[in-house]
Design a protein around this ligand. Structure first.
Ligand SMILES: *Cc1c(COP(=O)(O)O)cnc(C)c1O
Length: 361
């Protein structure tokens, strides 16, 4: 790599961080305001209601100065007192189980093979034992490209109103349908560097009224992620500690743009890009990695059945100013991933696929 290689612009088609567009980048360059100033309160008060619309919720929405991983820990600390059922089918959901144990909570695995989806009946069977007071569920497993059936699982969760339904929507929030209140989600979290298409450093999360009540009964919630503190400050249009103010400027703009585009149009754009990639896979003789019918809308994981050199492909793509992602962890070279989320447009996906065609022939 040349000197200061990080200054070269390579367009990102990796599943996070994703490509950030110039209008959003320029928001990050706004003059800093104090986080206890009226200007900040106005910014916060303008941003949260937009997020509530985008997420279809009338309940709490908070901003965390961390990536989503921090809120994994926060949700466990605030909402689990008995035992959590950890739904596991990829790298992220697998790690969330570890987070529960490392925070001193009891946790059981509901595990299926990477590439397969978690089915509602599996959760139903486990919850029927009455052993659990929380479920952790990753909506869109970014490591495998599997979209777990959130809407069907939500139906099952309605049978267990005392069990906290905690959802990681890191790579699906604003890219896939996610109606927080209708689904009865108690806590839903995401980082902004995925489908929000903002540089990393901030997480968005929701908390239901039921979860706020539950939280008040849970001991040892810790300090940094105590939901009670988020509520106390949120009510004053503030965050508990100094937030990444530039990211919040950018979030405000993105939320405005999403509402202008319309959430349905935004979701359709993601579906269209997914379909383009699926079509390309079929034409090229590749295969989809996820279990059929459970493919993500925001990224596609492709089985490398033609044994292409993924590293070499990416090297050549970089020369054309673009980059995709190898498979995650143990799936490297066996799979590769193309992200189609955030502000990415169908024409850009076409350009990417044309470039790949030129390289692999
Ligand atoms: C990226 C990702 C995470 C981790 O997010 P950070 O922002 O790195 O903390 C968690 N879950 C899923 C599904 C992800 O895609």
């Amino acid at each position: 790599m040349s000197e200061q290689s990080w200054k070269k612009h390579t367009k990102l088609f990796i599943p996070g961080p994703v490509e950030v567009y110039p209008d959003v980048l320029s928001e990050l360059a706004m003059p800093t305001v104090g986080h206890r100033s009226q200007e900040f309160k106005d910014l916060y008060a303008d941003t949260i209601p937009k997020l509530k619309k985008i997420l279809y919720t009338d309940q709490e929405v908070f901003l965390s100065t961390s990536s989503a991983t921090g809120v994994w820990e926060g949700s466990i600390r605030n909402l689990v007192s008995k035992k959590v059922l950890s739904c596991m089918n990829g790298a992220f959901s697998d790690k969330w189980y570890d987070v529960a144990l490392l925070n001193g909570k009891q946790a059981d695995k509901l595990q299926v093979e990477w590439g397969k989806a978690i089915k509602p009946e599996m959760i139903d069977e486990k919850l029927a034992t009455g052993e659990y007071d929380a479920v952790t569920f990753v909506h869109n497993e970014t490591s495998t490209g599997v979209a777990n059936p959130l809407y069907d699982v939500a139906e099952v969760m309605k049978k267990y109103p005392d069990v906290m339904f905690i959802v990681d929507a890191v790579s699906s929030m604003t890219a896939m349908k996610l109606e927080i209140d209708k689904l009865g989600i108690d806590c839903c979290l995401a980082s902004v560097q995925k489908a929000f298409a903002i540089p990393p450093g901030l997480a968005v999360f929701t908390v239901s009224n039921k979860a706020m009540e539950k939280m008040a009964t849970v001991e040892n919630r810790g300090y940094y992620f105590d939901f009670k503190t988020f509520k106390k400050y949120g009510d004053k249009n503030n965050t508990p500690s100094t937030p990444p103010i530039p990211q919040i400027f950018a979030l405000n703009l993105q939320a405005k743009k999403m509402l202008e585009e319309g959430m349905e149009n935004r979701l359709q754009r993601h579906t269209k890009m997914k379909e383009m990639v699926h079509e390309w896979i079929k034409n090229k003789g590749f295969e989809l990695f996820p279990e059929s019918g459970y493919e993500s809308e925001s990224l596609t994981t492709i089985t490398n059945n033609k044994d292409i050199d993924v590293g070499d492909l990416n090297k050549k793509l970089r020369e054309k100013g673009m980059v995709i992602s190898n498979g995650y962890g143990k799936l490297a070279d066996k799979t590769f991933r193309i992200a189609h989320m955030g502000d990415t447009k169908p024409e850009e996906i076409k350009e990417l696929l044309d470039n790949i065609d030129e390289i692999i022939g």
